[in-house]
Write a new protein. Structure first.
Length: 358
């Protein structure tokens, strides 16, 4: 990958909902025979702490937990501790603090983590999903010009959707700022709150991932103004990938391999049985949020996403460029942000083609 110049976004600490799941355990981790991390033994770490969002775009994680793939691959002495986030900057704060070892996350927060740590905090080890992001607006809004004077929500300042909206508006010649001013007021708020504020008319639209985009359409009469897939070559862009803390990866390479094995199995299941996977995801979302998605929302959201182990590296570079242009990223060399070695080992064992980090 070519060197790119990017700037870290100021991450905002958010509350994290913690769910502990008992998993199974397996071989010895090279590089840390004493176990290390959050306790442990010669067999590896006593627990693995994994983050994700309650979004359809994070279905790889939801399926991996709900179907027990992570438990199966981790083995019988390791606890899988999961942390639920609303947006990437909060997840990155958890990575930096050592509260989690790995997380599913979007491109811009991963770039931010790489930038702020000078390439020492994280590695992207696998792709997870592409697509599934939309700008949904009130029916009377028909063009970018109609957005002037309106309030548009994103999940969090500096997260992937926030950068995408700001870049798109900038390309249309519409001014914004990070404090909610400008010609369009961008309002960072949790996705669950956005569903409510859109319904009450407190906001006029939102640039959000699934299932929230489909909820705004199906439940509140919104309409899609922008399908983000239309803004990328081949309609492919990374929306979710898996990152690990470098310190954890160095101490527990065998455990990282087990995580990736579970990840690959989850994506394989999703692609082999989309209907069954959608039901599995809905069960997981009900446990996490207390309420399942309506069938029509679930169906629409799931069809809008491509689940893939490929992190679509070229789109990460594009995301960095977008963030530069809206003033949210500073110069940093992205060379080395990927380590797909273990992923390609897992794929090779299955007779599948290697994935490039270019």
């Amino acid at each position: 990958m070519n060197a790119r110049r990017v700037r870290g976004v100021v991450a905002v600490v958010a509350a994290v909902a913690i769910t502990t799941l008992t998993a199974a355990c397996g071989g010895t981790d090279a590089g840390n025979p004493a176990g290390g991390g959050a306790g442990g033994s010669a067999a590896g770490p006593a627990e693995v702490r994994l983050g994700f969002f309650p979004n359809i775009t994070h279905s790889t994680a939801l399926v991996g937990v709900e179907k027990g793939y992570f438990a199966k691959h981790l083995g019988s002495g390791t606890t899988l501790r999961t942390s639920q986030f609303n947006a990437g900057p909060a997840a990155i704060e958890a990575v930096f603090s050592g509260a989690i070892d790995a997380t599913y996350i979007g491109p811009n927060p991963a770039i931010n983590a790489w930038s702020k740590s000078k390439g020492e905090a994280i590695k992207i080890v696998a792709g997870a999903a592409s697509g599934g992001v939309f700008l949904v607006v009130k029916p009377e809004i028909n063009s970018p010009e109609d957005l002037k004077g309106k309030k548009i929500a994103t999940p969090q300042l500096g997260n992937t959707q926030d950068v995408a909206l700001r870049y798109w508006l900038n390309e249309k010649g519409i001014k914004t700022d990070t404090k909610g001013g400008g010609e369009v007021s961008i309002v960072p708020q949790e996705n669950s709150q956005t569903v409510q504020t859109f319904a009450t008319g407190d906001i006029d639209g939102a640039w959000v991932p699934e299932p929230f985009a489909s909820r705004l359409v199906k439940e509140s009469g919104g309409k899609v103004l922008v399908d983000e897939r239309d803004l990328w070559p081949g309609k492919q862009f990374v929306i979710t990938h898996l990152i690990v803390r470098q310190e954890f990866a160095k101490e527990h390479p065998d455990t990282v391999k087990k995580l990736i094995e579970a990840h690959v199995e989850a994506n394989a299941y999703i692609n082999s049985d989309p209907a069954g996977a959608a039901r599995t995801v809905n069960t997981a979302l009900e446990k996490l949020t207390g309420k399942p998605l309506k069938p029509e929302v679930l169906d629409a959201a799931f069809k809008n996403i491509t689940f893939t182990d490929d992190p679509i590296a070229s789109s990460l570079v594009g995301s960095a460029d977008h963030a530069i242009k809206v003033g949210l990223l500073d110069p940093v060399d992205l060379n080395g942000i990927y380590d797909l070695t273990i992923l390609n080992q897992v794929l090779a064992a299955k007779g599948e083609q290697a994935i490039s980090d270019k």
